[in-house]
Design a protein around this ligand. Structure first.
Ligand code: GLN
Length: 481
């Protein structure tokens, strides 16, 4: 039986009915991954051994009659999520041989749920970037067009789901790193509300913005994974005690706010057309009412994000000095060793962010940049709060473009920063955001529709994903030669 193109839910059903064994799954999926990933490069580390451990554990539990929620489902996790005894390198030379010393809470939950973790996925170094090209390992290719990027920073996690290597994966989203690659790869990607999923064991980039979330090819599979990874965790002081309840009134009219700022200059025409078609579909077929809204502070979002994210990153990355953590490059004395380790261990983009972050936090500039950014963050939050008094969700494009060519604008990091325009606000405000596929652009590259929900209202955005299912954009797998 060929299992590769089955949905997560179908695999689970076959495993629970004892039609297939967890070890058969490892055999088929790992063989397929080992062969196809030579072309895509979605994985940072393929872990057959770990997958077999997961499968053997599950085998024993199935014999006892247990029916775990993700039984036998192969899943890949981003290379910044810690697993005890296994490589967690953030695709950085500075953590080249680093093995986790504990399991992240999401890893414990996946194991508990009987999932089979097949390896870690490629990413921009320390999750800084939008194209996966900042990985110290190799760039990942977009399975829909190998000359194009899968997006980033969770590009590997999006590509392995789009290319049919696994039905599910985990990524992290600090400013769009789940939603943007989901959009560019034609899969669903959910960044939950801040505090919904424990960050314990997620290597920190910008702690007030980081959030772990899921990729899938249809909303049922996405719901399944979201239910497993959500929940309060006392090991994460920012985790919130709120139960996830995905039951939503299927007859309720959902009011969708359309922000004028999401459809202004800078949005490519092919993206605009598909997003408008999706909105038209929803109004005609899905009991949705649209209203125009405005988010006037959106124009400050990129600047605010890049001040706050780099400030927090410069502090979080202080620990990689080759002594406390990380690869050591010896110098002539202690200070020189720190300097050599950080100079040789970090790539250009990470060094750029650390310098920018140190600058905005330095005395004399702290008030002018960092404190001001915190104030603007509040203004942006107020805009969203106002909007949610009038509508249930906000819809627009996920990314202003449909395809991102590999090796384009490598000398112009600012041009990539600007691509984050529609995604960073959800992180600044802590809101849940989902990208769902809504068609293909002029050059046949996937396009994503972004649905932003009110705080902790994942149920409403996932209900919209359900109502959009019949539009026919889900469960598409890119053919890989
Ligand atoms: N592209 C954004 C950045 O480079 C977002 C990254 C992320 O969400 N991890 O910072």
């Amino acid at each position: 039986m060929n299992l590769i193109n089955l949905t997560a839910q179908e695999i689970k059903t076959k495993v629970l009915n004892l039609e297939i064994s967890p070890l058969d799954i490892v055999e088929q999926f790992l063989n397929n991954i080992e062969q196809k990933d030579k072309t895509i490069g979605a994985f940072a580390h393929i872990d057959r051994e770990y997958a077999e451990i997961c499968a053997n554990d599950l085998e024993i539990r199935l014999k006892k009659g247990e029916k775990p929620a993700l039984a036998g489902i192969p899943i890949a996790i981003k290379d910044n999520i810690s697993r005890k005894g296994y490589l967690t390198t953030c695709c950085s030379l500075s953590l080249k041989d680093y093995k986790g010393v504990y399991d992240a809470t999401v890893v414990s939950k996946l194991r508990e749920a009987g999932a089979i973790i097949v390896g870690t996925t490629n990413m921009d170094e320390f999750a800084m970037g939008s194209s996966c090209e900042n990985s110290a390992l190799h760039p990942t290719k977009n399975p829909w067009d190998l000359n194009y990027s899968p997006g980033g920073s969770s590009g590997g996690s999006a590509a392995c789901v789009a290319g049919g290597l696994v039905p599910l994966s985990l990524g992290s989203d600090t400013g769009g790193s789940i939603r943007q690659p989901a959009s560019l790869c034609g899969v669903l990607g959910l960044k939950p509300s801040y505090g919904r999923v424990s960050r314990y064991g997620l290597v920190a980039f910008a702690s007030s913005l980081d959030q772990i979330g899921s990729f899938a090819r249809n909303y049922q599979d996405l719901n399944l994974l979201t239910e497993v990874i959500s929940g309060y965790d006392k090991k994460d002081s920012t985790s919130v005690q709120k139960d996830l309840n995905l039951n939503f009134d299927k007859d309720k009219t959902i009011t969708v706010g359309i922000p004028e700022e999401y459809f202004s200059d800078g949005l490519n025409t092919d993206v605009r057309i598909k997003v408008e078609e999706a909105l038209d579909y929803l109004t005609k077929n899905a009991n949705v009412k649209t209203i125009p809204i405005s988010l006037p502070s959106l124009k400050y979002a990129i600047a605010t994000y890049y001040v706050i994210a780099t400030a927090e990153a410069s502090s979080n990355l202080g620990r990689y000095d080759g002594m406390h953590y990380g690869t050591r490059f010896d110098g002539e004395n202690l200070t020189d060793s720190f300097c050599q380790s950080r100079t040789n261990g970090f790539g250009d983009e990470v060094q750029r962010r650390i310098m920018l972050g140190s600058y905005v936090l330095s005395s004399g500039y702290y008030d002018a940049y960092y404190v001001k950014a915190l104030k603007v963050r509040r203004l942006i939050a107020n805009d969203f709060q106002d909007a949610f008094t009038k509508c249930d969700v906000i819809i627009g494009p996920t990314s202003p473009i449909a395809g991102l060519k590999l090796n384009e604008d490598v000398d112009d990091p600012m041009s990539k920063f600007l691509l984050d325009i529609y995604t960073v606000s959800a992180n600044l405000v802590g809101l849940p955001g989902l990208s769902v596929p809504c068609g293909f652009g002029d050059k046949n590259h996937p396009i994503g529709l972004q649905i932003i929900g009110n705080s902790f209202d994942e149920a409403c955005i996932l209900e919209l994903a359900r109502r959009f299912e019949n539009a026919g954009h889900n469960n598409k797998i890119a053919e890989i030669a």
